[in-house]
Design a protein around this ligand. Structure first.
Ligand SMILES: NC(=O)C1=CN([C@@H]2O[C@H](COP(=O)(O)OP(=O)(O)OC[C@H]3O[C@@H](n4cnc5c(N)ncnc54)[C@H](OP(=O)(O)O)[C@@H]3O)[C@@H](O)[C@H]2O)C=CC1
Ligand SMILES: O=C1CO[C@H](CO)[C@@H](O)[C@@H]1O
Length: 322
């Protein structure tokens, strides 16, 4: 059986990775696409050879020949579009961050559960070989009792003021929502549920969002998580480290492939091949979930857990976050 996908949003991520990943998946078919700008939609349709194109999301959702919708629109659209797709009987895989706020995430979860459709969130970093290896090193005791997880990340882009990623009403926040969210999802994957979040988000001098966020999280297992993320830095760190009583494992580039492990026995570096298309394992996981009846790896509830942490971080710093 094949999952027939409709792609809503044909911008940066859809054209760089999502369309290719759906086309490459042997149990998926890219059957339809939608964006509002007609000539760009036509270009997209030709480039990926998509049989059905529409500028109306409503018409996309209403199509009987689709099983699932991939939502790749800006964050402020995710909630309403997920609910409308679910009400039309479509399964939904929505881009990250799941939505603007935990309240929106809850509405999306309720709508999908009421309509008996599956909801997944595109936190694809969970499938990185290096991340899966880190999970193994924690589970098999190589690192001893886990103590902390540390992530540092940045995007060098100086976003123009009108870009939705730096307008709070559209993106929900700045680097924390945009790139920090990916790392928080990894924290949840590797360390479980948080019990306490402290944070400071520094307001950008140019935008109405933060341009730097620092979070200190205590997890229910008493481990600590530390996240720092930036917009507009020259360097683009993508660092992740897990520290335990018997060892430490570090990567300087999450998808770069190298993982350094330091234990009492010494220091070694393992190479794990990077993914060519980071969205491929995500599409394959969601398709498999639909065909086998299991939940997807990143459920709506997990997507909402990341939004919960970010909402707490913004509340914590509401004094200095304009
Ligand atoms: N997982 C990852 O690594 C990445 C994820 N993302 C996430 O993907 C999402 C999209 O980001 P990105 O591709 O950069 O965004 P872009 O701004 O490049 O593209 C957004 C797309 O959505 C379309 N769109 C907007 N509103 C509507 C609407 N009401 N109906 C139909 N189409 C609409 C736009 O077309 P038009 O205006 O013509 O309608 C455009 O095609 C975000 O959630 C972002 O965080 C982004 C990059 C990487
Ligand atoms: O991982 C990513 C790469 O950068 C993009 C722009 O900041 C993000 O939106 C995306 O999630």
């Amino acid at each position: 059986m094949t999952i027939r996908w409709g792609l809503l949003g044909c911008g940066d991520i859809a054209s760089k990775r999502v369309a290719d990943a759906i086309i490459a998946d042997e149990r998926s078919e890219l059957a339809a696409a939608c964006r509002r700008t007609e000539h760009l939609l036509e270009d997209f349709g030709k480039r990926f050879d998509i049989p059905t194109l529409t500028t109306s999301a409503k018409q996309l959702f209403a199509r009987e020949d689709l099983d699932a919708i991939y939502i790749a629109t800006p964050v402020y659209r995710h909630c309403a579009q997920t609910i409308a797709a679910a009400q039309a009987g479509k399964h939904v895989l929505v881009e990250k961050p799941m939505a603007y706020s935990p309240a929106e995430c809850q509405r999306m979860i309720t709508a999908c559960s009421t309509a008996k459709v599956t909801l997944g969130v595109a936190y694809y970093r969970r499938f990185y070989p290096v991340v899966l290896r880190l999970a193994e090193l924690i589970a098999d005791g190589t690192l001893g009792r886990p103590l902390s997880i540390l992530a540092t990340t940045g995007n060098p882009t100086r976003f123009p003021t009108e870009d939705w990623r730096v307008v709070k009403a559209l993106g929900g926040g700045g680097p924390l929502m945009d790139i920090g969210s990916h790392r928080l999802d990894l924290f949840l994957q590797l360390f479980g549920r948080p019990r306490h979040v402290q944070a400071s988000c520094a307001p950008s001098p140019e935008h109405d969002t933060e341009d730097m966020a620092s979070l200190l999280i205590e997890f229910e297992n008493r481990c600590h998580g530390v996240l720092q993320c930036y917009f507009g830095t020259v360097d683009t760190p993508d660092r992740l480290e897990v520290v335990g009583t018997d060892g430490r494992a570090t990567t300087e580039d999450l998808n770069g492939g190298d993982l350094t492990i330091i234990t009492a026995e010494g220091r070694r570096t393992e190479s794990h091949p990077p993914h060519a298309n980071l969205h491929a394992p995500l599409i394959s996981d969601f398709t498999d979930a639909l065909l086998s009846g299991r939940p997807p790896t990143v459920t709506g509830e997990l997507g909402m857990a990341t939004n919960d942490i970010m909402a707490t971080a913004y509340r914590e710093t509401s004094g200095n976050h304009r």
